[in-house]
Design a protein around this ligand. Structure first.
Ligand code: F6P
Length: 342
């Protein structure tokens, strides 16, 4: 291959630029031209494509965001979209594509690969919900950021005798919630995988405050968590570009319920996009470099339709078809670790 393309798609995640840099460096050494596709799949159709130079990718291993910009796109949801994409790629002489993204992006990559175009995926999303890889680029930085927030919020919770609810991202999975709760010593953790009851939450708080004489508590709740009675429900009627309900708001709802039911002073802090915009931690920079390096090798070696996934200590080729429609969820056993300290 003499010319390949790179696209970043879905929500931005720390470490994405480190992925672009790695692939650009491999291309430079091999004399392969790397075409950057800007603004994701929609940008491809609008010809927002140009050659990436050494200058473009210098000094970016440590930067947040994606220099190619990103978006959620509806391309590949309709029949015939693969042909549109292939025509746009051919127009720029692109012979193979690296797709840096999460579930939606890799589903698109799988469709393109199945239609005969050489594609390899690089796992990137703060949610860590992509199957086929133990970690996704961006996740560890998001956990670091949330843990830091929990450490700091503890001081205010304690100073004001408050229940501090912290809402973190996680539409269908609670990886960020669980890992930051373990690291930040949260008292209660609520995730989409396991519906909770408000009675349980209140009982736990009462036990801590009345029996164990604690004056504050920290609750971490993932944005997609729901209670069994449907009193706390994250789904608003507004939808995003992909038709998914816009999330956000379960934290304040929970804080209100706690105040009403127990009379404790409760507040919510929603961490929101602060989880996505941070500079990548060292572990994410290293992961980004490893999976991107492998993805380049896979594309060059003709292993289209694969994802460079971290499995144990190795990065391996995982068929995109095998992970299609699957989400990596928090297991009961893993969740137990967060629950252990409640
Ligand atoms: O990147 C994934 C994610 O962080 C989800 O947890 C969240 O629901 C979503 O992005 C929101 O992103 P946006 O508002 O940019 O669509």
């Amino acid at each position: 291959m003499k010319r390949i393309g790179i696209i970043t798609s879905g929500g931005d995640a720390p470490g994405t630029n480190a992925c672009i840099r790695t692939i650009a460096r491999r291309c430079l050494y091999d004399g392969v031209e790397l075409m950057g596709i800007f603004d994701s799949w929609d940008g491809l159709l609008k010809d927002e494509v140009r050659l990436l130079t050494r200058h473009d990718v210098t000094g970016i291993v440590q930067t947040a965001g994606t220099l190619l910009r990103s978006a959620r796109s509806r391309l590949f949801l309709n029949k015939g979209d693969e042909d549109k994409a292939k025509a746009a790629l051919a127009k720029h002489g692109i012979e193979g594509l690296l797709v840096v993204g999460g579930n939606g992006s890799q589903a698109a990559a799988a469709k393109l690969a199945a239609s005969g175009f050489p594609v390899v995926g690089v796992p990137k999303t703060i949610d860590n919900d992509l199957a086929g890889t133990e970690l996704t680029v961006g996740f560890l930085t998001a956990v670091e950021m949330c843990t830091h927030a929990l450490d700091n919020l503890r001081a205010t919770a304690e100073s004001h005798n408050r229940v501090m609810v912290v809402e973190v991202m996680g539409r269908n999975v609670g990886w960020i919630a669980v890992e930051s709760a373990i690291a930040g010593g949260a008292d209660i953790t609520l995730v989409p995988e396991f519906a909770f009851t408000l009675d349980d939450v209140c009982d736990k708080l009462k036990l801590r405050h009345d029996k164990y004489d604690r004056n504050y508590s920290i609750i971490v709740i993932a944005e997609g968590a729901v209670d069994k009675q449907g009193l706390i429900d994250p789904r608003s009627t507004a939808t995003d570009k992909l038709g998914r309900p816009k999330l956000g708001g379960v934290g304040p709802m929970l804080a209100r319920e706690i105040e009403d039911r127990l009379g404790y002073d409760a507040r919510c802090t929603t961490l929101g996009y602060l989880q996505r915009c941070a500079a990548p931690c060292a572990a994410d920079r290293i992961l980004a470099t490893r999976v991107s390096d492998k993805a380049y090798d896979l594309l060059k070696g003709g292993q289209s339709g694969t994802l460079a996934g971290l499995q144990g200590t190795e990065v391996r080729a995982v068929p995109l078809q095998d992970i299609k429609g699957k989400e990596k969820k928090v297991t009961k056993e893993y969740f137990r670790l967060a629950d252990l300290f409640g």
